[in-house]
Ligand binder design. Structure first.
Ligand code: 3PG
Length: 400
């Protein structure tokens, strides 16, 4: 981006592909981390006199306008963070977008409506994506890719559009990739990885890679129960991906063979029903041993012994990577495990990286000071796929 600015951006329309996919409750943003993370790139371009056109997806609408997924709240928040008016186009490539972009003065910023309101954005059909990318290209002179959270998506605005305009990587992408390099090239050891989140299927590829790289892997969240079941424990009504038990067994065996410490919960918090996340009514959970989950109960957080054990695994670590909450942190009765891991990272002397939309949001929603972590990534799937060693379309498109 610095080279792009040095070449002169004043008066130019610069398309910034950001990831403003923030969690919302109605129209209230519950975590604005992703907006704050891309603000410096947008501010820098505006200060250099560019006419900045910001675009992003939000959620997974079905290729048509849907007010529940409007970027209007994110545009308003961006305006507050920049301390200036930000124009908002009520469509992405239509009349409103064309008018808003045409009206931009040097140094002004506009946000387009959700890219995914257009089927071409996410289409698997190359021609359909190309046609949408052509329409987007007509709105700009230059392209800056800074939506790190979406670089693993082969979508029109991420992959096809940079080929159509002179392009550069934004500051956020440069920072994120720099940190992830520290986790893949010459990582400082012991290297401890904490993985959580609901589905083990989302984490298999990264576990496969990490079994070759990490010294310790700690498991929590919904994905832990498929591993516990694989070890022969009953898991009651807890999340389970039965078909993946053979893969979990294979990974456990590989960890043992390679001397990777693979740590599963010792105890868990259970309750008969999933808690109400809206009213947050007390769920009155009980703590049980991880090998004695009652048949009619669902485990929704790691228990106190596990929290203590996991915290002890960070004290001598040199690098810690954490992706995925340890339980249903959105409910106060099941937030303790995720909070304990966050505190463990803060107390650790290691270089700590929190990766993942959910765990990053959890850290902030639970009130931790984000400056106490080495790095909080804006990428969930994107960071995981980077660690898996995959080619990320949005990075590849910026490389030439
Ligand atoms: C994310 O939240 O990980 C990114 O914004 C990408 O969103 P997606 O998984 O809907 O593509």
């Amino acid at each position: 981006i610095d080279e792009l600015i040095a070449d002169g951006v004043a008066g130019k329309r610069v398309f910034v592909r950001a990831d403003l996919n923030v969690p919302l409750e109605g129209t209230t943003i519950t975590d604005d981390g992703r907006i704050r993370a891309v603000r410096p790139t947008i501010a820098k371009l505006a200060e250099a006199g560019a006419r900045v056109v910001v675009a992003s997806h939000l959620g997974r609408p079905k290729g048509a306008p849907d007010p529940a997924f409007s970027l209007a709240p994110a545009a308003a928040r961006l305006g507050e963070l920049l301390g200036k008016d930000v124009a908002f186009a009520t469509d992405t490539v239509g009349e409103s977008a064309r008018a808003v972009v045409a009206d931009l003065a040097d140094g002004q910023v506009a946000v387009l409506e959700n890219l995914r309101f257009n089927p071409g954005e996410t289409s698997k059909d190359d021609a359909e994506r190309a046609a949408f990318a052509d329409e987007l290209a007509a709105l700009a002179d230059l392209y800056v890719g800074d939506g790190f959270g979406a670089v693993h998506r082969k979508h029109a605005s991420v992959f096809d559009l940079p080929a159509r305009l002179p392009h550069a990587a934004g500051q956020l992408i440069v920072t994120e990739v720099g940190v992830l390099k520290k986790l893949t090239e010459d990582v400082a050891r012991p290297y401890v990885v904490v993985l959580g989140g609901s589905k083990v299927s989302d984490k298999l590829a990264v576990i496969d890679q990490l079994l070759e790289k990490a010294d310790r892997i700690l498991i929590g969240g919904g994905m832990a129960y498929t591993f516990l079941k694989a070890k022969g424990h009953e898991v009651g009504k807890s999340l389970l991906q039965e078909e993946l038990i053979p893969t979990c067994l294979e990974y456990l065996a590989r960890a043992e063979k390679r001397g990777v410490e693979f740590v599963l919960p010792l105890d868990v918090l259970v309750s008969p029903d999933f808690p109400d996340l809206k009213t947050k009514a007390p769920a009155n959970p009980t703590t049980v041993s991880a090998d004695a989950i009652p048949a009619d109960e669902e485990a929704m957080d790691i228990g106190p012994k596990t929290r203590e054990l996991y915290a002890s695994k960070f004290t001598d670590a040199a690098t810690v990577f954490w992706n995925g909450p340890m339980g249903v942190f959105e409910h106060p009765d099941f937030a303790g495990g995720t909070a304990a891991v966050a505190q463990g990272l803060i107390d650790s002397p290691a270089f700590t990286v929190v990766g993942g939309g959910d765990s990053a949001a959890a850290v902030r929603i639970l009130g931790f000071d984000e400056n106490k972590f080495g790095h909080i990534s804006t990428g969930g799937g994107a960071s995981l796929e980077y660690l898996e060693g995959k080619t990320l379309p949005g990075l590849a498109a910026l490389e030439d």
